[in-house]
Design a protein around this ligand. Structure first.
Ligand SMILES: Cc1cc2nc3c(=O)[nH]c(=O)nc-3n(C[C@H](O)[C@H](O)[C@H](O)COP(=O)(O)OP(=O)(O)OC[C@H]3O[C@@H](n4cnc5c(N)ncnc54)[C@H](O)[C@@H]3O)c2cc1C
Length: 406
């Protein structure tokens, strides 16, 4: 797909500007495309909590010359510490390169910071648009035409959908037999930024609470603390509630919990970035149809429980552009992209039996057993094994070559 300098660059529209979208914009530009990124939010979304970059995704960042920049704005988290109802240490998993990445990876960064760095890495010729979204998609052998919510329609050579797990455009294209299977894990995560106190340290502190709940505090590099409240329930629809209604839900569900829960609940009233997600794995029979291709959580959301979502988004963006840079047609490139990536995605989506229930016990006894399990896992040999399992990066393949066309 690489083009001589005199012919116009093929045009691609990327929808979604979180992690997968900007990474795709960078690599598609390198592969010779004229890139427009369309984000539904009215401005770049700065929110989001600690996410990590593991395995081959580090190679992708290195190829973008971003490894040092990501390290420079790392959250500084030194490891994961399980605590009891009084905050006392149950077990600890320090970040340790010699055993691979554990629950805390070597590259921990705030989602908004990573999104910013990826976007800043793109050349000026990439076009960024906000506050609009696709409402209709029509395609033929030569192009794909999108209608936009604010009015008007535009034609492109390709459409890359990187809109996250709840993608609207995916629903317009992947119909019939291609409709994705959305598999709820029965677990909600609420993330918010709260004021730091003197007692907050550099550890991810995790308290397991009866009733399949947990309270988590994590450090950041911006002078605040990142709080996470998790709970399991079969109830649906909480993601769609207003932010005030979500605050009320969390207050009710964590009203009886001690340790730092009252402080977090109070701080939620002031937090302007509360983000409640209904963890759902996305499984698509295919990731492309004609000139439209899915990328990142829109294609294969693994959820934070899978633990490799951001890394897969980075790897996927690179592999997609690499295959497009070498293939004779978009269809051939999309097939090669899917063939390369799907085994890795399947591996991450294939959660161990009992996940996430085992890590979120219902009863007091269950919590005691879970804590005892973490204590055992923190011992030398078991920890080395657990770290490798947690790394989610079992692929030892080389990334495909990308034919650059700058
Ligand atoms: C605000 C926010 C906070 C997050 N916080 C965390 C966190 O704390 N911990 C964690 O593990 N993961 C978090 N995630 C998810 C994490 O970013 C992803 O799992 C992973 O990085 C893969 O990213 P993605 O780009 O494929 O999808 P996402 O990160 O979900 O991004 C999708 C993007 O597409 C945009 N979008 C949605 N619909 C449309 C549309 N129709 N047209 C155009 N744009 C659209 C969204 O606004 C968003 O910017 C968060 C995501 C978001 C958007």
């Amino acid at each position: 797909m690489s083009t001589p300098a005199s012919t116009p660059r093929p045009r691609v529209l990327v929808t979604g500007a979180s992690v997968a979208g900007p990474a795709a914009a960078y690599w598609l530009d390198r592969a010779g495309y004229d890139v427009t990124v369309l984000e539904r939010a009215p401005e770049p979304r700065r929110g989001g909590q600690n996410i990590d970059v593991r395995g081959l995704a580090r190679d992708v960042l290195e190829r973008m010359d971003l490894l040092d920049a990501v390290r420079d704005v790392g959250t500084g988290e030194v490891g994961t510490r399980f605590v009891d109802a009084d905050g006392g240490t149950v077990s600890e998993f320090p970040t340790d390169d010699s055993t691979g990445d554990g629950p805390t990876a070597e590259l921990e960064i705030l989602r908004g910071e990573l999104a910013r760095l990826l976007r800043e890495a793109c050349p000026d010729r990439v076009t960024w648009r906000h506050g609009d979204h696709v409402v209709d998609v029509d395609q033929d052998d030569a192009s794909v035409t999108v209608s936009l919510e604010r009015g008007g329609s535009e034609s492109y050579d390709l459409l890359v959908v990187a809109e996250g797990p709840w993608s609207h455009t995916r629903g317009l294209v992947m119909t019939g037999d291609d409709e994705p299977d959305l598999e709820r894990l029965g677990m909600y995560c609420a993330w918010a930024t709260i004021p730091r106190t003197d007692d907050d340290d550099r550890w991810w502190r995790w308290m397991s609470v009866p009733g399949s709940r947990s309270v988590n505090l994590r450090p950041d590099n911006t002078g605040t603390t990142r709080a996470m409240l998790n709970f399991m329930t079969d109830e649906t629809g909480l993601r769609e509630l207003s932010v005030d209604e979500q605050r009320a839900e969390l207050r009710e569900r964590f009203a009886d919990v001690g340790w730092e829960a009252p402080r977090i609940l109070d701080a939620l009233d002031e937090a302007d970035d509360l983000y409640l997600d209904d963890l759902t794995q996305v499984r698509c029979p295919t990731w492309s149809r004609g000139r439209v291709v899915l990328l990142g959580d829109a294609a294969w959301c693994v959820t934070p429980i899978g633990g490799f979502g951001t890394s897969l988004a980075l790897i996927g963006a690179y592999v997609l552009a690499a295959e497009l840079s070498r293939a004779s047609s978009p269809e051939a490139a999309f097939a090669a992209y899917e063939e390369w990536l799907r085994p890795l995605v399947d591996d991450v989506q294939d959660l161990p039996p009992g996940t996430p229930r085992l890590a979120n016990p219902r009863s007091r006894l269950g919590v005691a057993l879970f804590n005892a399990g973490t204590r055992l896992a923190a011992t030398g040999p078991v920890r080395a094994l657990a770290s490798r399992l947690g790394s989610g990066s079992s692929s030892d393949r080389e990334l495909p070559d990308l034919v650059t066309d700058r």
